[in-house]
Design a protein around this ligand. Structure first.
Ligand SMILES: Nc1ncnc2c1ncn2[C@@H]1O[C@H](COP(=O)(O)OP(=O)(O)O)[C@@H](O)[C@H]1O
Ligand SMILES: [Mg+2]
Length: 262
């Protein structure tokens, strides 16, 4: 049996607004869910209302490695079985962990420390155009993550630091690839089975990810390059990816059709 944890928002007894429709769809589908406040993620509060022996799925905001480890301990203490272990969470949440498993299907990437001499690294790569992010997120400001001149690299990192409060892990310098606008599609892989929204087609490259990424639940984002080749843009932990392209009802359906937990 699956049990879902949704974060509370400004009202303690309600899911955060962002997750309200997913919470409702999960309950409508006959699955169980309860709420978790962020004090559980920092170890201040204990977790309650988890059915004993249920397989627990977190459905909320991205967490740091420490927060996720604390969450998993809280689930254990509450008598639940976490679907995704901390190691599996970081396996799909942090780019360097999944990148090495699917190098030929995703833009070439050089990973450097947050304090590396970025300009020198970019010059040495000499790729012409570069996409810069940390281990989990790109820069969503107007400047964006794409640069053409290596001397612009440090400013992107500074803005990333400013917007997100810190650099998570290190810096990923990705070779720019020309993706067709609006071609990106999100797939979810649950227990090795890849799913598309609205019963859409699952491309082979997603099945390859389903076979080689060692996590029971993750997202796969695929974009079509101008030459027609489908490329993996990003892998993410499924618990903290948003459901872009999926309705809440479709997302809940994923769990209903999934094989029973081991
Ligand atoms: N190497 C790349 N070349 C060109 N565009 C990219 C590249 N990597 C990502 N993008 C574009 O930027 C968007 C955000 O990048 P992504 O890696 O998914 O970061 P985030 O974690 O912020 O979603 C992608 O949806 C894609 O459109
Ligand atoms: Mg993305």
């Amino acid at each position: 049996m699956y049990h879902f944890l949704f974060p509370t928002g400004s009202t303690p007894n309600e899911p955060d607004e962002t997750f309200l429709d997913q919470y409702a769809a999960i309950i409508r589908s006959g699955l169980s869910a309860s709420l978790i406040c962020d004090r559980v993620l920092t170890g201040v509060d204990v977790l309650r209302n988890v059915p004993h022996g249920s397989t627990v799925v977190y459905r909320g905001w991205m967490t740091t490695a420490d927060e996720y480890t604390t969450l998993v301990r809280a689930i254990d203490s509450a008598g639940g079985i976490p679907l995704v272990s901390p190691r599996e969470y970081l396996g799909s949440h942090h780019l360097p962990n999944w990148y090495s498993l699917i190098v030929e299907f995703t833009p070439e990437t050089k990973i450097v420390g947050a304090d590396a001499d970025l300009v020198a690294e970019l010059r040495a790569l000499n790729w012409g155009s570069y996409f810069i992010k940390d281990y989990v997120k790109s820069l969503k400001s107007r400047r964006g993550s794409v640069i053409h001149d290596p001397s612009d690299g440090p400013a992107v990192v500074e803005e990333l630091r400013e917007y997100r409060g810190r650099i998570e892990g290190g810096i990923c310098i990705r070779r720019f690839e020309d993706f067709t606008a609006d071609s990106e599609v999100r797939y979810f892989v649950l227990r090795g089975i890849a799913h598309a929204s609205s019963d859409g087609h699952v491309p082979d490259v997603v099945r390859i990810c389903a076979d080689c990424i060692p996590s029971p639940f993750f997202s796969v984002d695929v974009a079509r390059r101008q030459d027609g080749v489908l490329r993996i843009v990003e892998i993410g932990d499924g618990q903290v990816s948003d459901i872009v392209g999926w309705s809440a009802t479709e997302f809940a359906g994923l769990w209903v059709t999934s094989s029973q937990p081991r």
